[in-house]
Design a protein around this ligand. Sequence first.
Ligand code: GLN
Length: 532
Amino acid sequence: MHTRYIFVTGGVVSSLGKGIISASLGKLLQARGYRITIQKYDPYINIDPGTLNPYEHGECYVTIDGQETDLDLGHYERFTGIQTTRANNVTTGRIYQNVMERERRGGYLGRTIQVIPHITDEIKRNMKALGDTGKYDFIITEIGGTIGDIESLPFLEAIRQLRWELQQDAVCIHLTYVPFIAAAGELKTKPTQHSVNNLQSLGIQPDILVLRAEHELPRPLMDKVSSFCNVAKDCVVQSPDLPSIYEVPVKMQEQGLDTAVLRKFGINPNDTHADLGPWLTFLGKRKNAERTLRIGLVGKYDLQDAYISIHEALSHAAAYHDCRAAFTFINSEHLTPRNVAQQISQCDGIIICPGFGTRGIEGKILAAQYCREHNVPTFGICLGMQIMVIEFARNVLHLPDANSREMDENTPNNVIDIMEEQKHITNMGGTMRLGGYECQLVKDSKLYQAYGEDKIVERHRHRYEFNNDFRHDFEATGMRCVGFNPQNGLVEAVEVPANDWYVGVQYHPEYSSTVLRPHALFMSFIDEIVRR
Ligand code: GLN
């Protein structure tokens, strides 16, 4: 089958969950046996979100090939189990960078470079790049931001042109919001009409509308939207708030979002059938969960999306243990020797979160100490592992000034140090140790037990590393190094075998946990909590 393109735009307000709708549609088409991929185009000017503070855009996700991306790519992978790459997330910054580099090379032969056609051509070239590989039946392209943003205009113009060129092979889905005005007791479709008008004025007629709402919408209201927006009745679907994002594919299937898409492409939906089997089993387990596990996340970014992949990975693993995970955010900036016991002891297990910079570090070290000394199941991720190492050095190796070079340039006890290849880097964007690296596990470790194999590949995002000069001292006093990069000997994982579950990893296992394949290490962590 040749490649077909589905474009997903959003109107009225942001944060409606375009990423979840795109991922759900991807899931449904995949369940019918189609080869799909989902890509996201972000209109902001940063080259990638790697340099963005999590308060701006939530978590920075990392693909296996080392691209720092929008967190929606995490949803795409968790829903479909298909790995994304650098080609799946493109920003305005990258488009301009490509165009300007070509201009410097003389690639435009003296012509004036303009938004149209040069920027839009570059957008189109990128949008079709994955399709051109011939590996996919459907490419779903989500456009970040909201219709009406100035910065998204070139992307919409590119979609308009692509639709014209692709004719039957392009379908546009527009996601809008239907607010409920409580004082009047009414649902309002006007914002949707305006948003569709706006899109039409740019030359794009949506084929399918997805109406987001807090509650179920009545059919007559949807029919009204259909007639005002020139969209067929069976192509208006609703997406009410649901108890979890993982129920969205089921809701979309019930309303025939996938069949509407196929019909628009002229494909008979009855030729294939989407069997959500194992997905429904997962949902059933979540719904019937008997026990709630209280997981504390010790971090400094006090917002929902900052650690989203960790949340999701934990909730996948909990579901497969017939439990639900309830999260408590423990702000490490507010942790003190006096309140740490009270805060941690309310939790069944603790995650020491990734992060950058000195803010909140001492609180994380206090948390790690409490957890280690009280045998709390504890999982340190990236900076979290580094914190475990620093804490152990200070309190067991008796090196009170032990630290990471990131926090203290001058400490002689730099148990975490800058990596050799990072020392001379001055450019901050995209220069960390990023993406998938092999790791060799020590056979009789907790980690090996969890993975059931000794060679793994996990994704990284850091500049600092365990300092091998101290390795002997750690191992002699009870912290074992249990994972190594086979090429350069970098320590990728540590554990304290005297504890039941005290494990730190330099990599980010949370990025690769999916609904149908929960991550082995999160499974092992939850296992330990459930066993107690
Ligand atoms: N700041 C640490 C480093 O650069 C850890 C990074 C992280 O937690 N992702 O090594």
